[in-house]
Design a protein around this ligand. Structure first.
Ligand code: AMP
Length: 618
C-alpha cells in the first residue's frame, strides 16, 4: 500500500514539476489523434499539432456554439464530428442549455487509466490521516435516470456512468483493493434506481458497520445532509431492522434485499444504542455519536455548497470537512493537496495530464469580452481578434480566470466529455499559489449562477424569465404589477428552497386571492430548468418555492443599505439574489405575507432530444 501511495505522490510531483512540458505534450496528443476531426478541419487547423497554430485558428466556444454538432451526434451521425473515435454515450451535465441538461459526448475508455484522478485521492489523504485503509467509508452514492438519444446513445450523468461501469462494480474483486473505494454500501444499494430504497439500504448498512466507518461523505454537501434528514425520519424503522435482523418490506428490490441481508444480523445492543442516540432531543454531533471512529466528512463545500457548512458542523461537532477534488462532466481538473485545511482555504491543484488548460483573465484588457457575473459577453469571444488566453503555468497569483479546456478524444487517461476544443466550462477560479509549476485555484463561483440548492444552477436570465411568466400570467390580470424582486437560497431547513421577495403595487381594490400567488410560485417553478425540476420532483432535494411579499418601500431601504455600505448611487441596481445576513434580515422584517408552491412542477426523465430508456429516476 505504502509503495502504491508513494508512486502516486511521485506522479503528482512529476507532472506538476513539468507542468508546461506535460501541457504541450497533452495538446500534441489531442491534436494528433484528432487530425481527421471535422470540427478542427472546419476551423482550418489542417493537421497542425502545435500550440501556436492551435491558439491562432481555434475559436473559444461555449456549449451553445457546439450544440448543432452535438445534436448531429445525438441524432445518430457517426462521422468524426468532434472526436476521431465513435462516441459511446453522452454525459449529462448539471449545466443547462435552453432549460435542458447539456449533453457531453464521451468515448469508450481505457478502463485502467480512466480513474487516475480517483486513484490519487487516497495517497494524498493518507499523508494527513494515517490508517484509513483499516476502515471503511460510509458514502451516500446514487444513480440517476438515463435516457437514449434519437440516435440510440445513452445519456446519463457522469457519476451514474461511473457507478455502473465494471471498473467501479468490480473494484473489490481484484487483489489490490483501493481502500478509498471500500464502502459500507454494497453496489446494489448504490445502483438501485429507487431513491428511497437506495437511501434506506445505504443508511442501514452504514449503521450496521458503524464501528468500521472511518470517514463519511457524499459528492456534495447537500446530498450528505439529505441522508442525515432521512435518518431523522426513519431511524425507528432502521433500528428495528437491526434489532430483528429483518429488512423492512418497503425494500422490495430483490438485489438490494440480497446484498443488505449479507450484512444485516440481529443486533439488539446496536439497536438500543442507535435508539438512545436518536431519541435525544438534540442531534448535535449525531455523526460522531453514531459513527464514533469517523475522522472527517468528505463532501464538496466549496462554491455554493459553502452554505451548508454550519449544518455539517452542527451534525458532526466540527469534524474536518474535506473537499478532495474539483471535477465536472466536461473534464476532471484537480485535487486538494491539503485536504484538512479550513473549507474557506480550499485550493485545487490542477493535474496537468487531465486536459489542455487555458485561462481567460477576468480583470485585464480582455475584460471587454469576458462575461461578468450577471451579463453576457459584450462582444463575442469568437469575434475578438486578440484572444489572449493564459497558459496553465503563466497564471498569476491573486488573479481570477475563467477556465477553458481542450479535452482528449481518444483512449485517454480520464473519463469525461471528449472532443472539446477551447471550451469555456463556466467556472471562475482564483489563483492561490503553485505546487511546483502547476497552479492551485480557489473555486470562486460558477458564472452567472444566482441560485443553487443542490446540483441545480439557476442563472439571472432564467430567473427573470420565470418571474416574468408568472407575473404576466397571474398578477397582471388583477391589475397588480411587480415593482422589484430579489431571491434567496434558503437552506435553513432541509431540503432548502428558493425564496422570491416581491414588492408589488396593486391598482385594483379587490384583494388578490392567496391562490394567485401560489399559482405564481408554481409558474416560476415550471419555467425553471430541468435540473431544478428534477430536484423538486424526483430527488426531492429542493423544497417548494416560496414568494414573500414585502411592504412598499422595501427595495428603497435595500438601496439605502447598499449605499451606506459604499455602493455608487449611479450604478446601483437591485441585486437579483441576496446572500448576506443583514440584507436577508432587512427583507424578512418587511414581509407581510408568504406563499408556497402548492405542488411539484412537471418533470419527466430524459432529455428533450432523447427518448427515455429508464423511467424510474432517483
Ligand atoms: P457537472 O457538469 O454536472 O458534473 O457539474 C460540474 C460543476 O460542478 C463544475 O463545473 C463546478 O461548477 C461544480 N463543481 C465541481 N466540483 C466542485 C468543487 N470541488 N467545488 C465547487 N464547485 C464544484
Amino acid at each position: 500500500m505504502e509503495d502504491k501511495n508513494s508512486k502516486s505522490l511521485q506522479y503528482i510531483e512529476d507532472v506538476t514539476t513539468n507542468a508546461d512540458e506535460v501541457q504541450r505534450r497533452v495538446l500534441f496528443e489531442i491534436l494528433s489523434r484528432s487530425a481527421n476531426v471535422e470540427y478542427l478541419q472546419r476551423h482550418g487547423l489542417k493537421g497542425h499539432v502545435d500550440r501556436e497554430t492551435f491558439k491562432k485558428v481555434m475559436p473559444i466556444v461555449t456549449y451553445e456554439d457546439l450544440k448543432p454538432d452535438i445534436d448531429r451526434i445525438a441524432n445518430g451521425d457517426t462521422s468524426p464530428i468532434l472526436c476521431s473515435e465513435p462516441i459511446s454515450e453522452f454525459l449529462t451535465s448539471s449545466g443547462t442549455s435552453e432549460g435542458e441538461r447539456k449533453l457531453m459526448p464521451t468515448t469508450e475508455e481505457e478502463l485502467q487509466r480512466r480513474y487516475l484522478l480517483y486513484s490519487l485521492l487516497m495517497p494524498v489523504m493518507s499523508q494527513f490521516v494515517p490508517g484509513l485503509d483499516k476502515g471503511k467509508g460510509m458514502y451516500f452514492l446514487f444513480v440517476k435516470s438515463e435516457a437514449k438519444t434519437p440516435g440510440g446513445l445513452l445519456a446519463r450523468p457522469v457519476l451514474t456512468s461511473y457507478y455502473k461501469s465494471s471498473h467501479f462494480r468490480n473494484r473489490d474483486h481484484g487483489h489490490d483493493i483501493d481502500p478509498y473505494t471500500n464502502y459500507t454500501s454494497p453496489n446494489d444499494t448504490i445502483l438501485c434506481q429507487d431513491s428511497y430504497q437506495s437511501m434506506y439500504s445505504q443508511l442501514l448498512c452504514g449503521l450496521c458497520q458503524n464501528r468500521e466507518v472511518f470517514r463519511v461523505g457524499a459528492v456534495f454537501a447537500s446530498g450528505f445532509i439529505r441522508a442525515i434528514k432521512f435518518l431523522e425520519k426513519n431511524w425507528v424503522s432502521l433500528a428495528n431492522d437491526i434489532r430483528t435482523g429483518t429488512l423492512n418490506s418497503k425494500i422490495n428490490d430483490m438485489s438490494v434485499r440480497d446484498s443488505v441481508m449479507k450484512i444485516l444480523k440481529p443486533d439488539p445492543e446496536l439497536a438500543d444504542f442507535i435508539e438512545a442516540e436518536c431519541e435525544r432531543e438534540s442531534w448535535i454531533g449525531i455523526i460522531t455519536r453514531l459513527w464514533p471512529n469517523t475522522k472527517y466528512i468528505d463532501v464538496i463545500v466549496t462554491g455554493t455548497m459553502s452554505q451548508y457548512i454550519p449544518t455539517l458542523d452542527y451534525y458532526s461537532n466540527g469534524l474536518p470537512l474535506v473537499c478532495t477534488m474539483y471535477a465536472s462532466s466536461e473534464c476532471y481538473f484537480g485535487l486538494n493537496l491539503n485536504p484538512l485545511c479550513n473549507p474557506s482555504q480550499v485550493s485545487y491543484t490542477v493535474i496537468p495530464t487531465m486536459a489542455y488548460f487555458e485561462f481567460l483573465p477576468k480583470n485585464s484588457k480582455n475584460d471587454a469580452y469576458v462575461t461578468n457575473s450577471t451579463s453576457e459577453p459584450i462582444i463575442s469571444l469568437n469575434q475578438a481578434k486578440n484572444q489572449e488566453l493564459v497558459d496553465l503555468v503563466d497564471v498569476k497569483v491573486g488573479e481570477e480566470y475563467e477556465l477553458v479546456v481542450t479535452t482528449y478524444s481518444g483512449n485517454t487517461l480520464v473519463y469525461y466529455m471528449k472532443g472539446l476544443y477551447r471550451y469555456r466550462v463556466g467556472d471562475i477560479l482564483r489563483v492561490s499559489g503553485f505546487k511546483n509549476k502547476a497552479p492551485q485555484f480557489n473555486f470562486v463561483r460558477r458564472k452567472n449562477v444566482v441560485l443553487s440548492i443542490d446540483s441545480d444552477k439557476t442563472d439571472e436570465v432564467e430567473l427573470q424569465n420565470a418571474v416574468k411568466n408568472a407575473t404576466n400570467k397571474h398578477l397582471y390580470p388583477f391589475g397588480a404589477s411587480l415593482i422589484e424582486y430579489t431571491s434567496f437560497a434558503d437552506t435553513s431547513a432541509i431540503p432548502g428552497h428558493y425564496v422570491l421577495y416581491w414588492e408589488i403595487s396593486q391598482n385594483g381594490t379587490n384583494p388578490i386571492p392567496q391562490s394567485v400567488f401560489e399559482d405564481c410560485c408554481l409558474t416560476v417553478e415550471e419555467s425553471l430548468n430541468s435540473v431544478y425540476r428534477q430536484g423538486r420532483v424526483c430527488d426531492k432535494s429542493i423544497g417548494p418555492l416560496e414568494i414573500k411579499l414585502v411592504e412598499n418601500g422595501t427595495f428603497d431601504k435595500l438601496m439605502d443599505y447598499a449605499l451606506s455600505q459604499g455602493a455608487s448611487i449611479n450604478q446601483y441596481k437591485a441585486p437579483r439574489c441576496v446572500k448576506s445576513a443583514p440584507i436577508v434580515e432587512l427583507l424578512n422584517l418587511r414581509v407581510f405575507s408568504n406563499y408556497f408552491s402548492p405542488k411539484c412542477p412537471s418533470w419527466v426523465p430524459g432529455h428533450k432530444l432523447c427518448c427515455t430508456s429508464s423511467t424510474i429516476p432517483n
